[in-house]
Each structure stands twice: as C-alpha cells, then as structure tokens.
Write a protein that binds this ligand. Structure first.
Ligand code: HEM
Length: 139
C-alpha cells in the first residue's frame, strides 16, 4: 500500500513528465535496451506508438493510485498479455530500473529520494500484479 504522501509525490512528479512524454518514452526505451539489449526483439511495432501506449497506461495507473482496485482488472489483463509477448518475470527489474532512470533524467532535482522511493514502491505493486496475472495466464 502507498500512503497519501507517496501518492502525492508520484502524481506531482508525473505531472511534470506529461508535457515531455514523447521524449521520456524515447529515453526510457533507449535506457531499457542499454540495460538489456535482448529485450529489443520482443518489440515488434512502431516504438513511437509503443511509447505512447506506455505513457497512457502509466497515466491511468498514476491517476488511480488511491483507488487501485478500480484499475486492477485492467492491470492484471495487461500482465496476462505481457506473458504472451514473451515477457518474463525477471524482465520487470530492467523495466523498473529504466523507468526510475528516466524519471531522474526528466525531473532532475525534483526527483528527490522520497519521490524515488515512492515510484519504486508503486512500480513494485504494478509489476507484482502483472506478474501474478501472467503466472495465472500461463498456468
Ligand atoms: C508496469 C509495467 C508495464 C507497463 C505499464 C507496460 C505497458 C504496456 C502497454 C500499455 C503495452 C501495449 C499493449 C498492451 O496493453 O498489452 C505494452 C506492450 C508491450 N510491453 Fe509493456 N508494460 C510494462 C512492463 C513491461 C515489461 C517488464 C516488458 C519486458 C520487456 C514489457 C514489454 C512489452 C512488449 C514486448 C509489448 C508488446 C510490443 C509489441 O506489440 O510489439 N512491458 N506494454
């Protein structure tokens, strides 16, 4: 569970990323493929479109952090789809690291330690829900 201070921090920092979402998505994927070049082959479509989908999904989750139960079915369905894309549990660590790196890159000093901790906790929640649904989908 995230507390309300963490939710505020995540929402206020995400608001600052939204105007530069296109650049953020580009930074994110280049960092991700630097961390793990083998993930590149999982992506088959246009990366600009993919970046937009990622940012839109994040916007929905970030906007609903105080009522996660409302978006949980969507998150779980997304996790199940990711299993079909060939995404493995261990790949979530690279995505989490690339996400935090991107936020730091885009936000500079606004990405405080408390903001980083809050984002890491939120990503863990999201990734665990997706991985749980992926395991169910595969089983
Ligand atoms: C919290 C984490 C994540 C979020 C919010 C997210 C978001 C999305 C969204 C919105 C899509 C569009 C298609 C769909 O909705 O099913 C997508 C596709 C995809 N994601 Fe993720 N994702 C996450 C984690 C990951 C991880 C860990 C990987 C591992 C590399 C990954 C790889 C992919 C791939 C390969 C596709 C399909 C690309 C294609 O169609 O060519 N995602 N993701």
């Amino acid at each position: 569970m995230l507390d309300s201070t963490q939710v505020d921090l995540i929402q206020s920092t995400f608001d600052k990323v939204v105007p530069v979402a296109g650049v953020a998505a580009e930074v994110f994927y280049s960092r991700l493929f630097e961390i793990d070049p083998s993930l590149r082959q999982l992506f088959r479509g246009d990366m600009q479109q993919q970046g937009k989908k990622l940012m839109d999904a994040l916007a929905i989750v970030v906007g609903n952090l105080l009522k996660l139960d409302r978006v949980m079915p969507g998150i779980r369905a997304m996790g199940a789809r990711h299993a079909r894309y060939g995404v493995k549990d261990e790949d979530y660590a690279a995505v989490g690291a690339a996400l935090l790196w991107t936020l730091e890159h885009c936000l500079g000093d606004d990405f405080t330690e408390a903001a980083e901790d809050a984002w890491a906790a939120a990503y863990k929640l999201l990734a665990n829900a997706m991985k749980g649904a992926a395991a169910m989908a595969v089983a």
